[in-house]
Every structure is written in C-alpha cells, then in structure tokens.
Design a protein around this ligand. Sequence first.
Ligand code: HEM
Length: 505
Amino acid sequence: MSEAPVYTLAEGRPVQDPTSSVVLRGPHVRGAGLALLEDTQLIETLAHFPRERIPERVVHAKAAGAWGEFECTKDITDWCSAAIFSKVGKKTPVLARISTVAGERGSSDTLRDIRGFALKFKTEEGNLDFVGNDLPVFFIRDPAKFPSLNRSHKRHPQTGVADASMFWDFHNNNQEGVHCLMQLFGPRGVPASLRNVNAFGNHTFKFGKPEDGTFKYVKIHFRPDAGIKTLKHEEAVRLAGEEPDYHIKDMYNAIEKGDFPSWTMSLQVMDPKDAETYKWNIFDITKTWSHEDYPLIPVGRLTLNKNPDNYFQDIEQAAFSPSTLIPGIAPSADLMLHARMFSYPDAARYRVGPNYQQLPCNRALNVYSPYQRDGAMRIDGNYGPDPDYVRSSFRKVRSGPADVAHDEWIGKVQAYSSEVTDIDFEQPRILWSIFKKNGDDEFFISNLAGHVNKALPEVQKETIKMFSKVDEEIGKRLDEAISKLADNVDHTPSAAASVLRNQRR
Ligand code: HEM
C-alpha cells in the first residue's frame, strides 16, 4: 500500500490537523475560544466551499456522462471527407453526456421529459460535437421562442413550482410543437434506462467533400443496440421518489460491470436537388424524413466504456455545441441550428469561463489557436511568444481545408414566419395511426389527460381543440379522460390561474 499523503493547504504547506481550528483562548475563557484570521486552513476551507458550484446548465442540468469510442463501420469517403469516417475500422475517442431537460441538477431521472444526448468526438481535425435529443423533432422552429418554451416547462415566476396551465398555454399558442408533444406523451416519454434511448440530430446537416464542393443533406440517428425500452407510468413515478438518480446509477454500474452501452449510428441521406421538391421542409425541425423515402444507412458504432474519473471535472465542466464541427460536416440553412451555434459557446463562456476549451474534457487533440489568447484561468502556456495577430511575418500559419459549400443560402433578409398550417398536423396524424396500430393510443390518452387535467379548464379546452386538429378522436377521448379525472384535481398553486382570475374580475 502506498504511504498516506500529508494533507496540505492548496498552496502546498503541510497541515498538522485539517480537522481543527486555531483558537485564541484566554486564561478565563471557557469553551473553544475565538477564531483567528491567521488560521489560513480554516479560512481557505470555508472560503472555497461556497465557490464549489458553477452555474448549472439553464436546461439539461441533470445528466449521466461517460467516455467511449466511435468506430466507423461503412466507407462513405466517396461523398463525405469527415475525419470520423476516414476509414472503416477507424476509432475516435468520445465524451458523452445524456441528460433530462427541464429538471434541475437534483431532479428525478424518471420524469416524463426529453433526454438530451451530447457527444464530443475528438478527431485529428478538431472536435465534432453532436448535441441531439432522444425524440426526432422539437417543440418550436423559431429560436426566438426558445427561452419562453423552457420557462413554460419550468417553474412559475410567482409560485416557484411547475405549472401545467402555463405549459399548455404556451403550446396552445405555439402549435408547431404538437408533433413533439405527441412523441413526449407517447410510449417513449420515459426510458427504462439511458442505454435504451434513441438519439437524433434533429436538424438537417450537410455532409460533403469540401475539396470538390459537393455535399448531401443528412439526418443523424443513433439507435441503442440494447433496443428501445421504456418504463410504465407507475414504475417511473415510484422511482422518481425512491431512486431519483436511477438512470445515472444504472449507466455507471453497467459500465463498471463491462456491460458497455452501445449505439449504431445511421444516416438518412438526401441529394440537395431533392430538397426543393420533398414534401416536407427539410430545414423545419418539427418534421422528420420518412424512412421509406430515405432509409437508415448504418455507418458506425458508439460504445461507452469508461466512467468519468471525476464527475465535476469530466461531465459538469464539459461544454458541447452544435457549432463544433469538423471539415466535411457543415450546418444547413436551419435557423434553429444557427441560433444554437451562437447560444452554446455563449453559455459555456458564462457557465465555465472564457477558457473552457482548455479543460481536458473539452480540449481538442490538436489545437493551434493563437488569436484567442489570455482571459481568466489561462493554463496552457498561452502560445508563449507566438504572434497574437493575423498575417504576422514572424510566424506564418498554413491554411486548413475549406468548408462544405454554402451557396444555397443566398436570399432575402426577412422576418421568419413560423405560422402553423394543416401541414403541421400531418406527421402527428401519422404518429396517431402508429399509436393505434401498436395499441399505444390508450396509454397516450391517459398520459396526456393526467397532465392536461392539472391546467385551468379554459386552458384544457384549447389543448383539446389543438389535439382535435390532429384527429377529432384524440380530442374526444382526451375530453372524456379528463372528465373522469375531474374529481382528482391537482392542488398545485397555479399562479397562471391567479393571473387569469384577476383579469376576469
Ligand atoms: C443544452 C440552448 C435547442 C439539445 C442547452 C444549453 C443551452 C441551449 C443554452 C445549455 C448549454 C450549457 O450550459 O452548456 C438551445 C437553444 C435552442 C436549443 C437556443 C434552440 C434555438 C435544442 C435542440 C436540441 C438541444 C433542438 C436537440 C436536438 C441540447 C442538449 C443540451 C442542451 C443535449 C445539453 C448539452 C450538454 O450535455 O451539455 N441548449 N437549445 N437543444 N441542448 Fe439545447
């Protein structure tokens, strides 16, 4: 056994006893005595403690994380030059973080919510981040609505508790989210474990060969090799109370046992000329591409095989961003994606600090970025004497590869209208027919009723109307299910309710 280390102050001074304070005790004072400013050990330990927290993520605060690898299993080099696909059998190290969205860091894992699925592939041509969700579509398609969407799912400003009236009021007035709501309240809303969730890139990306300016539109999918498994409502509710960290423990224990979670990465691939005539707008994140039109092409395997050595260091300080792309993979003309490309590094600079990219969890394998210098907590040598301005004669930089072509973006600058039309109800209609075919319709209605029932009656009415636009039958069955629950009214103080009541007076 190695010798026990001597405890030291953070400055390295050995400490005789880290468990006791230094006191001034006069001859007539009974008890412990007075604390002294010279007791550096006491002062340092108390001062550091309240600074141990960094702001939690404003969304996706609760998560499991692990290290792993991605192996390329299909040669796609004839149309995509991204480093992760450079050779069949090529392995790329990966950091993964799988989260819930609305709950805080201490919230329960088994609540009905979207699961976030963030990956950082460390390639020789830089980090590639995949920042997706376990549902294939999203609630909104204009990023200006993102903070409002999340506030309506979180805590009411007056009461500090979740409020079904504001949740449904937001969605009644922003009905482009109906497809995502159907997915959320459907059978996939609570996974059995994080090893059993899908992950989707949601947005359309461009995969291509910068060297010849060609590209294809791509949707990214990860499917769990262990299959999709979900929890029954009652079990999820029990675990939320008894085992709030159920999913995190499950993933940690599986990896410790060597039962490594794995996913198959597949792509849907569309020729750019088909995009203009395809029945759905491929830049609208509330829509999927039919698998019949664009079948899944398996291209690789993701395996998580190592737990973090330290959760805070590896997972809490990790920062993912859809803007972290590598040559051969580029954003498409999706407004939501562009806004996200700004928002994540912005959040990381606030949450972790301006030099977050230097931390081992975030650091790229090869970095030479001397025009980004200084700032708080710079610890990597700061490029020593290298020029800090572009086009220096004293140390030249070589050009890297070009970006995937972006020529299809040229157009008019105008306000985006996310106006909702019947087209927005077509895919939810298809999903409803799938629910019915699979016998999941009753489950969906009862889940939905259990939540809508907690909203104010006037809000409920509008929600029923919204789902009736998907199919009259949903509206009717939802109405009936809510009526049966009527005497089981939720007693959450509804501040949304008090606002409405005041208005009516
Ligand atoms: C986390 C913004 C939409 C997936 C976050 C964070 C912000 C954010 C600020 C916290 C980041 C941090 O503190 O490090 C936005 C905006 C969106 C949007 C502005 C829309 C305009 C989406 C969509 C997806 C998604 C559509 C999935 C397809 C995630 C995931 C995380 C996250 C997985 C957690 C990342 C991690 O593990 O660190 N988002 N988001 N977000 N978001 Fe989004």
